[in-house]
Design a protein around this ligand. Sequence first.
Ligand code: FAD
Ligand code: NAG
Ligand code: NAG
Length: 383
Amino acid sequence: MKTVVIIGAGFTGLPMAHKLLIYTVPKLKDGLKVVLVSPNSHFYWNLAATRGVIPGAISDDELFIPIASAFSQYSANNFEVVLGKADRLEPGANTVHVVCNDGTQRGISYDHLVIASGSSIRNGLPFKTLDTYEATLTALHSLQNKIKNATSIVIAGAGPTGIETAGELAAVYGNKKQITLLDSNDRVLLGSGVLHSVSETVEKDLQKLGVKVIHNAKVQTVNENPEGGQATVQLSNGTVLAADLYIPLFGVQVNTNWLPPALLDESGNVKLDSYMRVEGTVNIWGIGDVGNLEPKQITNTDQQIIHLAETLDADLTGEEVTKVYKPLDKTRIFVSLGKSYGTGQMGTWKVWGWTVNYIKGRKIFVDSAPGYVGGKALRHTSM
Ligand SMILES: Cc1cc2nc3c(=O)[nH]c(=O)nc-3n(C[C@H](O)[C@H](O)[C@H](O)COP(=O)(O)OP(=O)(O)OC[C@H]3O[C@@H](n4cnc5c(N)ncnc54)[C@H](O)[C@@H]3O)c2cc1C
Ligand SMILES: *[C@@H]1O[C@H](CO)[C@@H](O)[C@H](O)[C@H]1NC(C)=O
Ligand SMILES: *[C@@H]1O[C@H](CO)[C@@H](O)[C@H](O)[C@H]1NC(C)=O
């Protein structure tokens, strides 16, 4: 019996488990067990969090999908979910140590380990899963209440999450709430490497929606009054802004602090070779946001999942691993600002707003979440 342990049940770890269970398990005479380690019992469709923070916009059941029932079709001999967090890796002993949600500790041995622990948003806001499903849900409801109550909101960070959140809020509340977006650069989405014309379109749309964008604004200190009342945000040049609510949405943090530093680059990303294998190891692999191969987006994760599933299938069935992974070196991004405004880029082409509205803006893909989590389909192709 071989064991593949997958750390993290997010956008890459969860479909990896389905792939192995569907395609590789039936090929192995001596059996294969897939162990999925996840602190959260539910999958969070965080792509829609930018709209989900608005009270009543998307139901909890659409945003959070139970993981256990999404795997009920597989035999317990082949699959186990361990509710807990990987805490330490001992590569020499092929063992990963997990702190379970119930407080117990467990060492799990593996033949192959897949690191899919993804990334978090700094400041612990519920735009990604927090430690558990319950904690994420509580934080989301609390943020929804604060948004409902606030008449002025300052959002810091003009990356995709910051601009989408500003746009969604403005689209729903119009001039009932004053939305300000702080951009640390001289144009929005600069960090995503988009064309000038894409930044300009986004900025015009934000303006039409009534969002006030402030460029070259670096946040220095923030004072939030825990008893309610206004927060103050001081910029590095001394200007002070006051708002009922401050939402910092900059800075992605990779969830790799449980790994030996030797496996990481200076930014904390897992160092992967051209097979998606962790450099210097034989049976440890990395996928999704933790890796150092591609932008931290799901635009390319379908091909990562397909590649790694084929590689593990080959290795487990006794074939040689020869296929090299080719990162997609094209900018691909769709941003939606409410249901009526959006834009995007495919390679060097700017994408029409109505296309983005049709594909993404209507529902932010929540309608495809049950199929994705249930192992029926990847994002753009069948399972
Ligand atoms: C608000 C928002 C909107 C986004 N919208 C888009 C979009 O429209 N298009 C796009 O391309 N990208 C988007 N992204 C980025 C996208 O969410 C990520 O690229 C994607 O989630 C990465 O998938 P992943 O599997 O690597 O990690 P994640 O989805 O982050 O999953 C990692 C999982 O690992 C778990 N975990 C963490 N640490 C441990 C541990 N120690 N042990 C066990 N489990 C652990 C976490 O709980 C989590 O469930 C968005 C991001 C945000 C925040
Ligand atoms: C500080 O920077 C902000 C953002 O660029 C600008 O709006 C403001 O006028 C500046 N204030 C001072 C005192 O220079
Ligand atoms: C609602 O907002 C007002 C200020 O606009 C603040 O004084 C009050 O404490 C807030 N209440 C809650 C529950 O956040």
